[in-house]
Write a protein that binds this ligand. Structure first.
Ligand code: NDP
Length: 299
């Protein structure tokens, strides 16, 4: 293996450390305690794990955590009424509605009912527009985490050629916007891209956000490319009753032979997502109070 391993777990711990320091200073100097409200509708097991983990880490950095667990049958009107209360609660600086929502709830409507300045997931249409036009936005957490890892690795990203594989609203598109904002030459590849291997082989930076286990192999990469693997895929268990192995969208073993640096799965992008959620909550708190934004924790 030649590639440097980009340790997202360690970097995320550093980010949380910086957030905790700034939260302590906010408390000491201004009497402000940032608050993050997480709303979970229904009992999706994966979502429950995420929400628990978010709540725990929120408290660990010194913020207030407000958890709202609602029945799967909750009506849209009741959910919107809760969001309205949170929008108007001064103790709440960030609101996150855990996705996916049960089918009877309109996700776009729900997300767009969150006050944009409290939309710490960065999914509100206003934040999407602000990011696209290069204005101050709340930036989606996973792409922000990838950007932090890349900035840390390269210093400046200016002039690098980047390929983002995947064009979802939560990862691919905002990732491409962020890379463009940092003056990369950006290509977005997707399921209809022709000769995708050749497209990927031109890139100095490859961000894979596809949801297909180990799709990107070493022979797709330009030697020395930096690979950020967003994918989280569970393989079929190899023994009955076992838990399948977690892998990314990149075939780590072959990619690491060619890449200059690569994020592992698990332990790469995954831990950065919650760390960036906390960073965004801090940023939202600073903005609403007219204070300087935390350095190195925003796009
Ligand atoms: P989506 O399913 O919303 O989007 C996947 C994208 O990949 C689509 O744009 C699709 O193209 C593209 N795609 C699918 N098949 C191919 C193919 N064969 N070749 C090229 N492109 C293809 O997924 P998400 O963006 O939500 O998530 C992507 C991955 O990242 C998943 O594994 C997910 O679990 C993971 N993830 C990880 C997070 C973390 O914290 N680490 C957070 C969020 C997601 P098209 O648009 O043409 O259909």
């Amino acid at each position: 293996m030649n590639a440097q391993v980009i340790d997202g777990k360690a970097f995320a711990a550093e980010v949380r450390g910086k957030v905790a320091e700034k939260v302590a200073a906010l408390k000491a100097e201004h009497g402000i305690v940032p608050g993050l409200a997480v709303v979970l509708v229904g009992e999706d097991p994966a979502s429950q794990v995420y929400v628990r983990s978010k709540g725990k880490q929120t408290v660990e950095v010194g913020m207030q955590s407000f958890e709202h667990k609602l029945d799967a049958a909750t009506s849209e009107a009741d959910l919107l009424a809760l969001i309205d209360r949170l929008n108007n609660d001064p103790a709440v600086n960030g609101i996150l509605v855990q996705l996916p929502l049960p089918g009877h709830l309109n996700e776009d409507l729900v997300i767009n009912s969150i006050a944009p300045e409290k939309d710490v997931d960065g999914f509100h249409i206003s934040n999407v527009g602000l990011l696209a036009t290069g204005q101050k936005a709340m930036v989606p957490c996973t792409p922000l985490g990838c950007l932090m890892l890349l900035r840390d690795h390269f210093g400046s990203l200016s002039g690098k050629s980047a390929v983002v594989i995947g064009r979802s609203n939560i990862v691919g598109k905002p990732m491409a916007q962020l890379l463009l904002r940092d003056s990369c030459t950006v290509t977005i590849a997707h399921s209809r891209t022709k000769d995708i291997e050749d497209v990927v082989r031109r890139a100095d930076i490859v961000v894979a956000a596809v949801g297909r286990a180990e799709m990107v192999t070493g022979d797709w990469l330009k030697p020395g490319a930096v690979v950020i693997d967003v994918g989280i895929n569970r393989l079929e268990p190899t023994e009955p009753g076992g838990k399948g192995k977690l892998v990314g969208d990149v075939d780590y073993a072959s990619a690491a032979e060619v890449a200059g640096a690569i994020t592992p799965v698990p332990g790469g992008v995954g831990p950065m997502t919650i760390a960036c959620l906390l960073a965004n909550t801090l940023t939202a708190t600073c903005r609403v109070n007219g204070l300087d934004e935390p350095e190195g924790l925003t796009a």
